[in-house]
Design a protein around this ligand. Sequence first.
Ligand SMILES: Cc1cc2nc3c(=O)[nH]c(=O)nc-3n(C[C@H](O)[C@H](O)[C@H](O)COP(=O)(O)OP(=O)(O)OC[C@H]3O[C@@H](n4cnc5c(N)ncnc54)[C@H](O)[C@@H]3O)c2cc1C
Length: 289
Amino acid sequence: MPAAPQERYSGYSQGLDRIEGVISSASKMSKIEPFVVKIAETKLDTAGVQKFIEKYSATDWYNRVRPTQPNETEFLIELAGRACYKSYGVGLNPNVTKIREDSRDYITNVLAKGDGSILEHATVTFAFLNVSRVTTHEIVRHRAGTAISQESLRYVRPQEISLWLPPDLQKVSREFEEVVQQITESYRELESKFDWEKMTFEEKKRVTSALRRILPDGIATNIVWTANHRTLRWVIEMRTDPSAEVEIRKVFDQVAEICIRDYPLLYADFEKAPLPDGTFQYTPKYSKV
Ligand SMILES: Cc1cc2nc3c(=O)[nH]c(=O)nc-3n(C[C@H](O)[C@H](O)[C@H](O)COP(=O)(O)OP(=O)(O)OC[C@H]3O[C@@H](n4cnc5c(N)ncnc54)[C@H](O)[C@@H]3O)c2cc1C
């Protein structure tokens, strides 16, 4: 029997290659790497859930299922999904003569049937830190079911110009660092032509925005990204595909590990396969629910 997903994938952070890069400022050069932090997720309102199950005469179901399903996200999705047919128990809907008793069976059936809309009830919010503008540009292409807050290079004047070093440039890492240093010096040179102390906030914003045009696409930045679980399943599949760009694959490797760890029923059908460059591909049995 295969191990439970949370066992198979435990220790995920150690499984990811370290990602190296350079921070270049007038005085220092150091390594950076993109990383993912989960900062929020959907929570139940317990008093509201009680009112809801009373309305649906689903107290027996609640008392049986809730103690065995402490995961609030997965419980919410099952609660919402069962409202469609009143399938909290036999007899609540005269047309229903049999129900799936077990939460795992219920969610697996939802995925198998492609009833993905109920996965939209719950979201996860991630911070993607030290990721390049290359990667954020690709992330924001996913429109459905997402919310995005990206650090503004219009308002925020960079104090450091940091770049992750892609593995394909490892053999020219010294030259790469020199280029980053040159860009930094050129940026500082242009920046120094303005008397920032005397400028209004509006003027600073305008010039900061103008100056960013000479910054590289690879500049490390931060983005807060929220997605519902229907979207997450799809984006993990697309962005860990071997044809996706290496940095975004590194980022979504981490997203996949967090989702598999924290929502084991919703991601139970994902298979993890190593790729030659040290990243992993995560393929669901049920694609695009
Ligand atoms: C390996 C790879 C290579 C790529 N190369 C390129 C490239 O060369 N050039 C380029 O421009 N882009 C490229 N992309 C981006 C790609 O074209 C998509 O824009 C991106 O992956 C977003 O995915 P999505 O279209 O599924 O949209 P999402 O916003 O993630 O939407 C999810 C799903 O919802 C449905 N949906 C969303 N919006 C609508 C809508 N308005 N109408 C109808 N249905 C909708 C669709 O079924 C869609 O698949 C690439 C992506 C990958 C993964």
